[in-house]
Design a protein around this ligand. Structure first.
Ligand code: SF4
Length: 499
């Protein structure tokens, strides 16, 4: 049965993306504390907001009509939601020009909602919500145009047209649309998003997102949990896990939407998949039940080898640039790294150092009559940054990069693994490490941690730099270990038919 919405726990935009069951857990178990990682993220977000608020105007500048009043009200972010809602109402009543840390509460289509608008901006037509997002919300573009207001001129300056293309992120759209709807008659009709470039607020039309928001609010909250990727970092996992196990829910084996195809056929449990599913999924379910992480296909892919073999792993900073290209040649690890800002001369120099080294190794092999191959695990990221470097940096020979990517000297080990093995929890490098007997020295560096380490590394933290390089080296070595293991016939991994 659907629990009626609790007035004390209104729906926020973040409740409408990812796991929808989380809202039920949040309402039923409000005392479950945040996990340490989430608590660590909070100061980062607070710092971002503080940076933006610092840039916002506090008075009119010369040319803005300095005599005219300008009222900025900064609501205390620590005041608690109820107090912020009241203070926002009062600030709107006072017709403040800028209101920071605003909170708006009300119902949308009968659903109690809470919109946290980082800034409300008074305009000639009313109020426009502006949100601060950690996404990249626009990119430079040669032909597209978009309007923006410099952050320091919000509430004072007219929009400027720039050549850029907006990028939509679902949760940002929901946040804006919610604030826009809750402003009601006071809404100006426009909204703003400040993304990774904190100096610009791009102007968007929030009415574009109101229907998707209404559709999302109309979706019933599920009665039961379903395992998803985000369960791994969710504070309610200790509550959801036993329930999923009790249900023997198919998402334990096939998280997210992967189990939907079987649910549609009436197979909701792991056992039903074992009993009634086709041979391959049933074998996988049996393996999962038996604690076997990986199975071997009957026909395994050949692993191309060479006289000179290099394993490569790249690390990028968000979508701003690649700062580390690591290469392991079977004996020595060669890191090409920059701790400077990416996207500019330092990244170009670092990429050129890596690329010249790689091409020199290839040339030397050819000249010695040897075969050469470079390997990586899941080439998507590496190919993206190889192509992006060739496109962005004039000093890089783009034809040479394109020829290398298309050649059989560049091998994606993940593609070979997928043709040879099937995993009950995917076939990521981290899953295969223990199967092939490889151990990472630091086994808790995930994507988010590596971003934090890189930040610390940029500030000169030697321990953070060393850890990042060690982690990258281990990824290179693990790639080699996996292909050696495959090449040797994946000994010890049970075949499909044997489970
Ligand atoms: S643990 Fe998973 S299913 Fe449960 S609330 Fe969190 S994300 Fe949703």
């Amino acid at each position: 049965m659907n629990t009626p919405p609790q007035p004390a726990q209104p729906v926020r935009a973040s409740d409408l993306v990812g796991c929808r069951y989380r809202l039920r857990q949040r309402r039923e178990h409000p005392d479950v504390p945040e996990l340490p990682d989430a608590l660590l993220r909070q100061p980062q977000m607070d710092a971002v907001r503080a940076t933006v608020f610092e840039m916002l105007p506090v008075k009119r500048a010369l040319g803005d009509g300095r005599r005219k009043a300008f009222t900025r009200i900064d609501i205390d972010p620590g005041a608690g939601v109820d107090a912020r809602v009241v203070e926002t109402r009062l600030a709107l009543k006072r017709r403040a020009h800028l209101i920071t840390n605003a909170a708006l509460e009300g119902t949308i289509d009968g659903v109690p909602t809470l919109a946290e608008a980082d800034v409300l901006v008074r305009t000639d037509q009313g109020y426009a919500p502006v949100i601060i997002s950690n996404h990249r919300v626009a990119r430079e573009h040669p032909h597209e145009e978009i309007q923006m207001v410099p952050t320091g001129r919000i509430g004072l300056g007219a929009p400027i047209t720039v050549r850029a293309k907006g990028r939509h992120h679902t949760v940002d759209g929901y946040r804006l649309a919610m604030a826009y709807l809750l402003l009601g008659d006071l809404a100006d009709g426009r909204g703003g998003v400040i993304g990774q470039d904190r100096t610009r607020a791009y102007i968007v039309d929030p009415s574009r997102y109101t229907q998707p928001l209404r559709d999302a609010l109309a979706v019933e909250i599920p009665d039961e949990p379903k395992r998803m990727k985000q369960c791994a970092s969710c504070r309610f996992w200790p509550l959801c896990k036993p329930r999923l196990e009790e249900l023997d829910d198919i998402s334990l084996l096939l998280p997210g939407g992967r189990g939907d195809v079987w649910r549609e056929r009436g197979l909701h449990t792991v056992q039903s998949l074992i009993d009634s599913g086709p041979a391959e999924p049933a074998a996988l379910a049996r393996a999962w039940r038996a604690g076997i992480p990986v199975l071997r296909r009957e026909q395994m892919a050949d692993v191309p080898r060479a006289d000179v073999e290099i394993d490569i792993d790249m690390e990028a900073y968000l979508d701003q640039g690649a700062y580390l290209w690591g290469a392991f040649d079977g004996e020595t690890y060669h890191p090409f790294v920059t701790w400077e800002e990416v996207g500019d001369a330092a990244e170009e120099a670092n990429f050129n150092a890596f690329w010249s080294w790689l091409m020199a190794r290839r040339r030397a092999a050819h000249e010695a009559g040897q075969t050469f191959r470079a390997y990586c695990y899941a080439a998507g990221g590496e190919n993206h940054w190889l192509r992006s470097s060739a496109r962005r940096f004039a000093s890089v020979d783009a034809d040479e990069v394109a020829e290398f990517i298309a050649s059989d000297e560049w091998v994606d080990v993940f593609a070979l693994v997928r043709r040879s093995l099937v995993g009950t929890d995917g076939l990521g490098l981290k899953v295969l490490g223990p199967v092939v007997g490889f151990e990472w020295e630091d086994d808790d560096v995930d994507g988010e941690r590596s971003v934090a380490l890189r930040r610390a590394g940029r500030l000169g933290d030697d321990a953070a730099r060393e850890m990042l390089l060690r982690y990258n080296e281990d990824d290179c070595r693990a790639t080699r270990a996996v292909r050696d293991f495959l090449d040797a016939g994946a000994q010890g991994v049970p075949e499909f038919g044997a489970v």
